[in-house]
Design a protein around this ligand. Structure first.
Ligand SMILES: *Cc1c(COP(=O)(O)O)cnc(C)c1O
Length: 425
């Protein structure tokens, strides 16, 4: 076992499985890879929804990452992790009054407006607060990112304002009182592995910015070109070519920056930064044969890693997995790796080859740093949240403890119904 793997096993044994184990060096290196591929005029905003653990956000912040948040809690986490309000943007289709008021009170860099109604609401709150609020208008463009399995633009969604409508009506947005429109925001897709596709998407958005700023003679201070850079999960996928990405994006962004030197160029990223830096570790609880297939039953599945279980996907493909505690000369065998749920779909490895598995082995699911426990049904079967551990610079930090039965029950309120009279007496 290499040192990295033995540290993962030690952390999993110490803090309990299922556990998410993050490699701090890899996290920082992924962030730098993206940041350094872009010219210095582009700021990288880490999307907290992808993994909001405070210590991970703090580590990224310590390396200069800005933050993109989608709820007031994510906003508080960003602040706690050391982000300054001027490095926070806030977006999302449902913003509650208290959330908008908090963003206004903090004076964050921009509230990203998803509809005209929302613009009026923010204007009203700004007036009540006696201030002017910085916003960006989110546009749903007539263009969708090639090579993205989730096309967010160019089709009906709950996000942003339609491109044509926004272009026609931007003049009226600019007149809304107590509002300073910094510019525009577009987020078009996720899991994009083709550098050319990110480039085309960015070029389209910068063009849209130019159209609107020219037409209304507006001095904008922000353009958010989204992101959506992916990581490979499956055998037929290849990683984003970061050199090609750099070669395409640098001249494009530099030319834009020369034309609009006062405009902050923002790129958002979550999966690319944290995806490969996290692994889910589970412990083998039982091994059994059923209808001629060998099932390895583990203590973590859909409930803490719905992406690996393929929830919501028609074709379920295996994330890369390893048996870290296999004996040295073990040969590979084929397994069905199940989680702890009483649901036949709770499978995180289908016909997967692993070094021969024994009870109490530690298995890991690789590339699990993005969209892990927070986007999984953690309370199903009342298993609760897994532990989270950060390995960084030779030290092991527990960054979230596993939920206990008490944690889960403390959130519930017991109505004290009278017990029935004993039936047999
Ligand atoms: C989900 C989301 C992100 C993060 O996307 P990744 O593909 O994980 O990098 C960024 N911005 C917005 C608006 C999002 O909705």
């Amino acid at each position: 076992m290499n040192t990295k793997h033995s540290n993962i096993v030690a952390a999993a044994r110490k803090y309990g499985t299922p556990a998410y184990i993050y490699d701090g060096e890899e996290l920082v290196s992924n962030y730098h890879k993206l940041k350094n591929a872009l010219p210095s005029c582009v700021d990288v905003f880490y999307a907290l929804k992808v993994n909001p653990n405070m210590s991970l956000v703090k580590l990224l912040r310590s390396k200069g990452a800005c933050t993109e948040v989608c709820s007031v809690t994510e906003m508080e986490i960003a602040l706690k992790a050391g982000s300054t309000p001027q490095d926070i943007i806030y977006l999302g289709p449902c913003k509650k009054d208290y959330e908008l008021k908090r963003a206004i009170e903090l004076n964050i860099f921009a509230i990203v407006i998803e509809s005209e109604n929302e613009l009026s609401r923010v204007s009203k709150f700004a007036e009540e607060a006696g201030t002017t609020v910085n916003v960006a208008i989110r546009i749903n463009p007539d263009f969708s990112a090639e090579g993205s399995p989730w096309k967010m633009g160019g089709r009906p969604t709950q996000f942003g304002i339609d491109e044509k409508h926004a272009i026609e009506n931007f003049g009226s947005y600019l007149k809304v009182p107590h509002i300073n429109i910094r510019g525009i925001h577009v987020y078009n897709g996720t899991s994009i592995l083709d550098a050319k596709s990110v480039y085309e998407n960015t070029k389209y958005i910068l063009g849209l910015f130019r159209t609107i700023s020219t037409r209304y003679n507006a001095q904008f201070t922000m353009v958010d070109v989204g992101g959506g850079m992916g990581i490979p999960y499956f055998q037929n996928q290849t990683a984003l070519d970061i050199n090609e990405f750099a070669n395409l994006m640098q001249p494009l962004c530099n030319a834009f920056h020369e034309e609009f030197p006062e405009t902050r160029i923002i790129m958002e990223s979550g999966r690319f930064i944290i995806g490969t830096a996290g692994r889910m570790a589970v412990e083998v609880n039982n091994i059994k044969i059923n209808h001629d297939k060998t099932f390895v039953v583990t203590d973590g599945g859909t409930n803490c890693h719905s992406a690996a279980a393929g929830s919501g996907r028609v074709v379920k493909r295996n994330f890369p997995m390893l048996n870290l505690t296999a004996s040295k000369h073990a040969t590979e065998k084929e397994y069905q790796v199940a989680g702890p749920l009483c649901s036949p779909d709770d499978i995180i490895g289908r016909n997967i080859k692993l070094k021969e598995v024994k009870v109490s082995d530690i298995l890991i699911v690789e590339s699990s740093g993005a969209y892990g426990p927070t986007s999984s049904p953690g309370l199903f079967h009342s298993h609760g949240y897994p532990s989270e551990v950060l390995l960084y610079k030779g030290e092991t930090h527990l960054i979230r403890r596993k939920d206990t039965a008490k944690d889960i029950m403390d959130m519930q309120i017991l109505v004290d119904f009278k017990a029935p009279k004993p039936i047999l007496n």
